[in-house]
Design a protein around this ligand. Structure first.
Ligand code: ATR
Length: 281
């Protein structure tokens, strides 16, 4: 086990695996959680190249590592490391958390979706039940949040994607869990939605998904799963359209981390102070 010079005695070792991963805010977030809850643990960045992923993750656990977060581009590949998956990880087809259990087996979980619903419902007080929800995008980010979203029993979740076939396939895969429909951007019907979630990677290139402006109305709550300094392009676009509110995904980032922390340590940290610290500057 790793020694953490900041704490006395042996500490449990955690980290985040990605490629690249240097930009990750997870070490900052988990260090704050650990201080707040008095947990003796270390949390490091692990940039493993694709060809070394499998053996590096296995070596981390073989050396006594207790848990890992998994970020892009490995959330699907890391499923192979879990001996068992939670239901939500099965639905997502991807893991963002691996936890070593007492019996030496590894549990794979996906806390992204519950991170989103926790931020929406507890922090933002957004009502999803019986409301119309538009999810823009049909990649891994959208897939990861659909099960927890549908669990809130919205009237309908419309998945809209630039490539319509991907939206239709994703909707079909989740049809058992609730009312869900997949369409191309031009075929989004029914006027303004109660909740619009941007789950595309368009923000990475400063773009806005080309959805009809009518999906956003004065009562629409808009959520961008992306985050960055200041407002994202999608948040700015929604605000310009006169939506009720539009927020970037800082809360989802912190809430998904808190769920991972709870799985590992059995205690759920307070997220408010961490969110304030991240968005202060
Ligand atoms: P992730 O795991 O981040 O979801 P992904 O699986 O590559 O990444 O999916 C990216 C999503 O963003 C897709 O829904 C993609 O649309 P396509 O399926 O048509 O490619 C969407 N996307 C990326 N850039 C976009 C843009 N400029 N406008 C609209 N949608 C975009």
């Amino acid at each position: 086990m790793a020694q953490n010079p900041g704490m006395s005695g042996t500490v449990d070792s955690y980290g985040v695996v990605g490629h690249p991963v240097a930009h990750s805010l997870s070490p900052f977030i988990h260090a704050m959680f650990a201080r707040q809850t008095g947990q003796a643990m270390s949390y490091r960045l692990f940039d493993f190249p694709p060809e070394a992923l499998q053996e590096s993750v296995a070596a981390f656990f073989a050396r006594g590592g207790r848990g890992l977060n998994i970020t892009l581009p490995y959330k699907v590949a890391a499923v192979a490391h879990a001996n068992e998956l939670t239901k939500r990880a099965q639905h997502a087809g991807a893991v963002n958390t691996l936890a070593m259990r007492k019996d030496g087996t590894i549990l794979g979980d996906n806390t992204d979706g519950v991170g989103l619903t926790q931020d929406l419902c507890s922090n933002r007080h957004v009502v999803v039940t019986h409301r119309r929800v538009l999810v823009i995008g049909a990649g891994g980010a959208a897939r990861g949040v659909l099960a927890p979203l549908l669990g809130l029993e919205p009237q309908i979740v419309v998945i809209a994607n630039r490539t319509a076939d991907r939206a239709k396939a994703l909707a079909a895969a989740f049809a058992r869990l609730g009312a869900v429909e997949g369409v191309g951007f031009r075929y989004i019907a029914g006027g303004a939605f109660d909740l619009v979630i941007n789950a595309t990677s368009a923000s990475l290139t400063g773009e806005i998904p080309d959805v009809p402006v009518g999906v956003v109305g004065p009562d629409t709550f808009c959520y961008d799963m992306a985050y960055g300094k200041g407002d994202t392009p999608f948040v700015r676009w929604c605000l310009e359209l006169g939506c009720r509110a539009a927020v970037p995904g800082w809360g989802m980032l912190v809430e998904q981390a808190a769920e991972s922390f709870r799985l590992w340590r059995g205690v759920r940290p307070l997220t408010g102070p961490v969110l304030s610290a991240l968005t202060a500057s």
